[in-house]
Design a protein around this ligand. Structure first.
Ligand code: ADP
Ligand code: MG
Length: 240
């Protein structure tokens, strides 16, 4: 009896680190093809929630359902095979490898020959880096490195792509480039997204619905405009 209507659904999810509860009884759902943002103050438990979904962290209690199946006890690579891909907060492109060599890394175990070349091409295109194939990743701007990572994560052909603060430290133009990559992958490839981001202008530019986390719990969910205007949400950001 583990069917749900949503693509991703957590049920009473709890994560404890020693005596500290980082994820506290969270029921978080993402529909197929949805683009949802996850916001909340530092330490709210945003990264932890996504790491529970990828299997980077083991749940202390509760369940995670994906595509109708209980994946709570699956290994991270099994979750990737089922269609969950994540770009972590810490950048992970190899500076001394070219854009093309980096783009080959995620898929080299899954494809070879012409199929591999085609998927590498598509990853570079999804990253918006056509023409930069032979440039060392270290020569890219920080924003272009983030784009490359999004293209690499998308090359695994996920149904759900999790992005942890993809625009942190980027300027407005770089943020717009990332917003365009994410929006296109969502609209054209039908990839569902969960994007962690603080900047509500960026959030409003890509997503309709947001989930606010606070002290490891879901504090509020709803349209970004309503959430932004909510006095209680404004208070938690001020740390009151
Ligand atoms: P956010 O991404 O919303 O800023 P995190 O999910 O990174 O928050 O962290 C939530 C809380 O859990 C923080 O208080 C953090 O210190 C704690 N935490 C996260 N990961 C670990 C860990 N591996 N060990 C101990 N505490 C952790
Ligand atoms: Mg975080």
């Amino acid at each position: 009896g583990d069917r749900t209507d949503t693509l991703l659904q957590t049920d009473g999810l709890v994560k404890r680190f020693g005596g500290f509860t980082a994820t506290d009884d969270v029921d978080f759902g993402v529909a197929e093809g949805e683009l949802r943002c996850l916001i909340g103050p530092n330490g709210a438990g945003k990264s932890t929630l996504l790491k529970l979904v990828t299997g980077t962290y083991e749940a202390s209690e509760g369940h995670i359902y994906y595509d109708g199946h209980d994946i709570t006890d699956l290994e991270p690579h099994e979750r990737v095979q089922r269609g969950i891909s994540m770009k972590f907060q810490v950048p992970s492109v190899y500076g001394d490898l070219s854009v093309r060599e980096n783009a080959r890394l995620p898929i080299q175990r899954f494809a070879d020959g012409a199929e591999r070349r085609e998927r590498v091409d598509r990853a570079i295109e999804a990253a918006g880096l056509t023409g930069y194939e032979h440039v060392d990743a270290s020569a890219l701007s920080h924003g272009q490195q983030q784009q490359l990572e999004i293209g690499m994560a998308a090359s695994l052909e996920p149904d759900l792509l999790l992005l942890d603060e993809p625009v942190a430290g980027l300027d407005v133009a770089e943020r717009e480039a990332i917003a365009e990559r994410v929006t296109r992958l969502n609209e054209e490839e039908g990839i569902a997204f969960v994007v962690i981001e603080h900047d509500t202008d960026f959030v409003a530019s890509i997503a309709d619905e947001v989930t606010v986390l606070h002290n490891g719990e879901i504090f509020l969910e709803g349209p970004i405009d309503e959430v932004k205007a909510d006095p209680a949400v404004q208070r938690i950001y001020l740390g009151e």
